[in-house]
Design a protein around this ligand. Structure first.
Ligand SMILES: *Cc1c(COP(=O)(O)O)cnc(C)c1O
Length: 394
């Protein structure tokens, strides 16, 4: 297996382990357990003296292929595939902290991620400070003697703010803390957190990696030492393992990831430019546009734009609802990264549990909608927005 391959090649061939049958497409190993030729072989396997699988909660062949393919793409030494993105996030954070430790996290987090750090962790005596992650000084100010973990997403959901990953990683290194980056919105193609200095990367594979709306999945990637010392035992004994069937689905998803993300990004960029010039729209936030408030950081750490666009309508909630209801190709859904274009109104769905004040801090207004561009023909998507906007009262 060559580690010099470019991403598109890794995503088709990386991690493949053919059985004795020489199948073209990766096999699904739907098995809970494994048998040993001899009692001595079982003993050696349990002692770690020989390689091989023991029990599917610990690891299994199809999952192993998915993990190795993701490692090849991400440039990570080791990984664990999990049942969902939240299983990946909660495992990556909780496996490395104990009562008395302190987490600093960006306040602009996917809702469940925010719950894990600021509601769940404190129940176990782990303190958490949420900061406006756009300014490095806020991260520095939040540091305490017991700070062990920094956690961020970039770009953020739904307003596509970015955080200077290399800057936060430097702060973490100065105090011996670990930086965990949720890289879902950037995709593994457009941003490489480990190269930027982050210690752990997590994905919801449910999003672009499956990309076809079929199954949940997640993955935690890091260097081998961090996995061995932190995640290895936690993962075996708390049981967030991915189903081998889902690992297979996600392996197939990885093969077409670059093709889909390229098309989605091109459409998102063209839709963002189209909407930016419309009188019904107050503001478009798109990481590929020069008018993004943090375009300089984006140029430093991302190699592509985004499949997502944040759109603020002048007419508030009424206009946002009119737009969503009038769209025909674009479906109303809180999911993202799908082959189908999806639009959501964060204030009444994904971010409804936040206070008005917290929503305002994140730049979410009643007129904000988030578009996830799919792989439909871009011209059909533009025509859909054109006809839908004609039904929006200004
Ligand atoms: C969807 C998502 C998650 C959670 O993933 P699930 O697979 O739904 O559990 C975590 N972080 C981000 C940024 C997400 O978009």
């Amino acid at each position: 297996m060559s580690n010099k391959w470019r991403p598109a090649t890794q995503l088709v061939h990386g991690g493949t382990q053919r059985s004795q049958h020489g199948e073209t497409s990766e096999a699904i190993f739907l098995t809970q357990g494994f048998v040993y030729d001899t009692a001595e072989a079982a003993e050696a396997r349990f002692k770690g003296e020989t390689d091989g699988f023991i029990y599917a909660r610990y690891g299994s062949p199809t999952n192993d292929m998915f993990e190795k393919r993701m490692c090849a793409l991400e440039g990570a030494e080791d990984a664990r595939a999990t049942a969902s993105g939240m299983a990946a996030v909660s495992s990556a954070i909780l496996c490395q902290v104990k009562a008395g430790d302190h987490i600093v996290a960006a306040r602009a987090l996917f809702g469940s991620c925010r719950w894990v750090v600021d509601t769940l962790a404190p129940k176990y005596g782990i303190e958490c400070t949420l900061v406006d992650g756009r300014d490095l000084a806020n991260w520095e100010k939040a540091i305490r003697p017991n700070t062990k973990v920094f956690f961020l997403e970039s770009p953020t959901n739904p307003t596509l703010e970015v955080v200077d990953i290399a800057g936060v990683a430097r702060l973490a290194d100065q105090i011996g803390a670990k930086l965990v980056v949720d890289n879902v919105f950037a995709t593994p193609l457009f941003q490489k957190p480990l190269e930027l200095g982050a210690h752990v990367v997590v994905y919801s594979a449910t999003k672009h990696i499956d990309g076809q709306g079929r199954c949940l999945g997640g993955i935690v990637l890091a260097d081998k030492q961090w996995i061995d010392e932190n995640l290895h035992d936690y993962f075996r004994h708390t049981g967030p393992a991915m189903s081998p069937f889902n690992a297979w689905t996600l392996l197939k998803g990885l093969e077409t990831l670059p093709l889909r993300v390229k098309q989605q990004t091109e459409s998102a960029a063209r839709i963002a430019d189209f909407l930016a010039n419309r009188k019904e729209i107050a503001k478009v936030i798109y990481p590929g546009r020069k008018d993004h408030p943090q375009a300089d950081i984006i140029a430093k750490q991302m190699s592509g734009g985004s499949t997502l666009v944040a759109i603020e309508l002048k007419g508030g909630k009424q206009a946002a609802f009119q737009l969503q209801n009038a769209l025909q190709v674009v479906k109303i859904s809180n999911n993202l990264g799908d082959a189908k274009s999806l639009i959501t109104h964060p204030a009444t769905t994904t971010h409804k549990n936040l206070t008005d004040e917290a929503r305002a801090e994140l730049g979410i207004s009643d007129g904000t909608v988030r578009l996830s561009a799919g792989i439909e023909d871009t011209d059909d998507l533009l025509a859909d927005f054109e006809q839908a906007l004609s039904r929006v009262s200004a």
